[in-house]
Design a protein around this ligand. Structure first.
Ligand code: SAM
Ligand code: DTB
Ligand code: SF4
Length: 316
């Protein structure tokens, strides 16, 4: 696995004719992954809204009038039924998201640890995304059975300052390093369609593909334009840009799970198919992502059926 990619090399891969890029990505995909399987993941917002950060894309930032209602942290008894349902629906990974700048200390964190233990006991992969973490919190999550931690780099370091002013890129990298040191797998990706340039997308791919080792999981989100956020009126993203970026991620990080994350509701079945062809091998299923709608489960079941794709089983 190469972790010494240069931006120039990545740009050369990115700018290939799309058909060449797709064939190359599919070749890599078939060498490292089953050709016709997708992992289904389920998200649950365990603590919604009221976040002090100013991420320009986020409906959960307290700074924007998005209409998202602030909620208290859900306890283990409330979370467990959702995880059981996800498992019954074929999801093998359960991801709990909290709108925090950083994971809290004390009673609330202990409650998250209890929920992690309970979901892990169902035999699912357990992921959390709770904002910044200390070394000690990462170690406690690992002990509780957490398999993955999601912490996105979102875009290139240069573009980052245009979308978030309340933290710096370096802090993201620090948390990712703490997660890695604790022995938890890393889930790290980004968002496309925020007004970034081609160079910024290549810059994001470069950051991800030079993490040592690569993130085991790379979510690629298409911006969900939330009313009230500064990015609400961004123009549509050309779905071919999702396809191109996913194909590059697949080629640069052959062993990683590449997740076609947010934004599927705005994509056609054909565009989603091209993302699978480009090497995406995971989706989030269920009516909601964290706070925004996702394709209906019966629609997704029909899509997988029509494409002859099978839900991936554990272990994979
Ligand atoms: N507060 C924590 C954090 O920022 O790391 C965890 C929750 S946060 C909602 C998780 C990720 O969701 C963000 O890093 C971002 O990449 C993604 N996200 C948030 N809003 C989005 C949107 N409107 N469209 C696409 N992705 C979004
Ligand atoms: C990721 O990269 N995408 C997911 C997951 N990791 C946590 C979250 C998408 C959130 C989309 C906006 C919302 O529903 O609030
Ligand atoms: Fe808060 Fe995370 Fe949303 Fe940023 S992305 S505003 S940190 S919940």
């Amino acid at each position: 696995m190469r972790t010494d990619w240069t931006r120039q090399e990545i740009a050369a891969i990115y700018h290939q004719p799309l058909l060449d890029l797709l064939v190359q990505a599919q070749e890599v995909h078939r060498k490292f992954h089953p050709a016709n399987e997708v992992q289904m993941c389920r998200l649950l917002s365990i603590k919604t809204g009221g976040c002090p950060e100013d991420c320009a894309y986020c409906p959960q930032s307290a700074r924007y009038p998005t209409g998202v209602e602030r909620g208290p942290l859900m306890n283990c008894e409330e979370i467990l039924p959702a995880a059981r349902r996800a498992k019954a629906d074929g999801a093998t990974r359960f991801c709990m998201g909290a709108a925090w700048r950083q994971a809290p200390q004390g009673r609330e964190f202990d409650s998250v640890l209890e929920s992690v233990r309970a979901v892990a006991a169902l035999g699912m992969e357990v992921c959390c995304t709770l904002g910044m973490l200390t070394e000690s919190q990462a170690a406690q999550l690992k002990n509780a059975g957490l398999t993955a931690y999601n912490h996105n780099l979102d875009s290139s370091p240069e573009f980052y300052t245009n979308i978030i002013s309340t933290r710096v890129y370096e802090e993201r990298l620090d948390t990712i390093a703490a997660v890695r040191r604790a022995g938890i797998t890393v889930c790290c990706g980004g968002i496309l369609g925020m007004g970034e340039s081609e160079g910024d997308r290549i810059g994001l791919l470069h950051q991800l593909a030079t993490l040592r080792p690569h993130p085991e999981s790379v979510p690629i989100n298409m911006l969900v334009r939330a009313e009230g956020t500064p990015l609400a009126a961004e123009p549509d993203l050309d779905p071919f840009i999702m396809v191109r970026t996913i194909a590059c991620a697949r080629i640069l990080m052959p062993r990683s799970m590449v997740r076609l994350a947010a934004g599927r509701k705005q994509m056609s079945r054909e565009a989603i198919l091209l993302c699978f062809l480009a090497g995406a091998n995971s989706i989030f299923t269920g009516e909601r992502l964290l706070t925004t709608p996702n394709p209906a489960p019966d629609e997704d079941a029909a899509l997988l059926q029509d494409l002859g794709l099978k839900p991936m089983q554990l272990p994979h």
